[in-house]
Ligand binder design. Structure first.
Ligand SMILES: Nc1ncnc2c1ncn2[C@@H]1O[C@H](COP(=O)(O)OP(=O)(O)OP(=O)(O)O)[C@@H](O)[C@H]1O
Length: 232
C-alpha cells in the first residue's frame, strides 16, 4: 500500500526568489491495482509519481510504501517500486538490449546460466529477442520504450510507477505498451495524458496546481478532468 500523509513539496526559489510550492498537503491511501494520475501540464503529476519511489522526497509529511518510509528507507523502497520514465534514453544505458537487461538483473545475483536464460525470456516476452545484440541506438522509439519497461520489470518490482510511458509512441506501439501494462499483476501507478488509458484504471487522481482535486473511479475521474480543462 502507498500512503501519502500531509505531503507537501516546495522548491527553493532561485537567486532569492520566493520558494515554489509544487505539491500541497496531499493525503492518499492507494490500494487499487491500477491508478491513473491525470492533470494539466505542470500540475504536479510527475512530482507525485516520483515521491512514490523516493526520487523526490517530501518537504513536509511522509510517503510510506508497504511500511517503508521513502525518506529513511529509500533503497528498500526503490527495490520495491520500479519507475519507468517518459524518455527511455533516461533508462537504457548499455550498448545492446541483452546487456541492458543483464544489468537490470544484476541485483538478483543469479548465476550466469540462469541470468542468460532470464534475459532471453524477458526479451522474447517483449518481442525484442531478435534484437538482443543490436545497438540500442538502432531501436525504434517504441522498441526502446519497451526495452526500458522490460529492464524495470526484470527487477521484479512489486509496484510499477510509469510517467507517461506511451507519450513518444505511435498508435501501434502505444497499444502494445498499454496491453502490456494492463496485463501486469503488479500495482501500477500511471501518469498519463491518454484519457483512454486513464479510463481503464480502477482509480483516477486528478491533479491541479499541486493538489489532488478529484479522486475516484473511472470514468467519473476522467469526466472530472475533462470538466476542469473545459473551464480553462
Ligand atoms: N526541481 C524543481 N525546481 C523548480 N520547479 C520545479 C521542480 N520540479 C518541478 N517543478 C515545477 O513544478 C511544477 C510541477 O511539475 P511536474 O513535473 O510535477 O508537473 P507535471 O504535472 O508532471 O507536468 P507535465 O504534464 O508537463 O509533465 C512545474 O511547474 C515544474 O516546473
Amino acid at each position: 500500500m502507498i500512503t501519502f500523509k500531509a505531503v507537501s513539496v516546495v522548491v527553493e526559489g532561485a537567486g532569492g526568489a520566493p520558494d515554489v510550492p509544487i505539491l500541497d498537503d496531499v493525503d492518499l491511501r492507494l490500494t487499487e491495482r491500477r491508478i491513473a494520475v491525470v492533470g494539466a501540464n505542470g500540475s504536479g503529476k510527475s512530482t507525485l509519481a516520483r515521491l512514490v519511489n523516493g526520487l523526490v522526497l517530501p518537504t513536509s509529511g511522509r510517503v510510506v510504501v508497504d511500511g517503508l518510509d521513502t525518506a529513511s528507507d529509500g533503497a528498500a523502497v526503490r527495490r520495491k517500486v520500479g519507475f519507468v520514465f517518459t524518455d527511455p534514453d533516461a533508462q537504457v544505458v548499455m550498448p545492446t538490449p541483452q546487456e541492458d537487461i543483464a544489468l537490470s538483473l544484476r541485483r538478483l545475483r543469479l548465476d550466469r546460466a540462469e541470468r542468460d536464460a532470464r534475459v532471453r525470456g524477458i526479451l522474447d516476452r517483449f518481442d525484442l529477442g531478435h534484437l538482443a545484440e543490436v545497438s540500442v541506438h538502432s531501436l525504434s522509439g517504441g522498441q526502446k520504450q519497451l526495452l526500458a519497461l522490460a529492464g524495470v520489470l526484470a527487477t521484479e518490482p512489486e509496484i510499477l510507477v510509469c510517467d507517461e510511458p506511451t507519450t513518444l509512441l505511435d498508435l501501434r506501439w502505444r497499444r502494445v505498451v498499454d496491453e502490456l501494462l494492463d496485463s501486469l499483476d503488479q500495482q501500477v501507478v500511471l501518469v498519463t495524458h491518454d484519457l483512454e488509458a486513464a479510463a481503464r484504471a480502477d482509480r483516477v487522481l486528478v491533479v491541479d496546481a499541486g493538489k489532488v482535486v478529484a479522486d475516484g473511479g473511472a470514468p467519473v475521474g476522467v469526466e472530472q478532468y475533462r470538466a476542469l480543462m473545459a473551464v480553462r
